[in-house]
Design a protein around this ligand. Sequence first.
Ligand SMILES: [Fe+2]
Length: 203
Amino acid sequence: MQDAVSELAGSVEAVLDGQPDGPEIDEAAAIAELWPAMERFLERADELPDDARAPNTDGGAIGHLLHADARERFHILSVVFPPGTSSGIHEHGCWGIIGYVAGLDEETRFRRVDGGTGDDEVVLEELERTVHEPGTISRLLPPDEMHHRVRNPGDVDGVSVHVLCKLPESHPHKFWDRDHHRLLPFPFRVLPGNRVRAEVELD
Ligand SMILES: [Fe+2]
């Protein structure tokens, strides 16, 4: 039998094979089709190995790259938030689906209210907070469901599995600089050991 991550990757490939490549993809339809695949993965999530559930070597939050699509359409990360750590408020410029595996992750959703689409004069307003328990799923779907912050409110590591559009290096990811009302590049860096961390780029 395939391992749980390979099965998930195969299911994502099958869904995306039914979609046009590039910007013509129907992201909402793709996510709806991916939902049962993520549910199936979560039923098998106890198979996720210990190294994919481990915090960074410095004890901080980290991603672990579990799969990268040969056609560069998506990647799969496990993301570990130790107690008290947070992603900061950021946006994802294309689709994603997140399954919650262990611990608690509080996800705060925001919406953009300044009426613009550029990176300056950006005002986000908090919409809602959800504490995700293992077995739950959320989605990233621009332009209305792309801004969030994830923070661990619990006392054990929060672990989630993210299927995100494109590859880590090309995933459109921006950090909201709340003090200066601007979006900053927040690219994923693939570090030794297939660890993945997003780092804010200041100009
Ligand atoms: Fe995110």
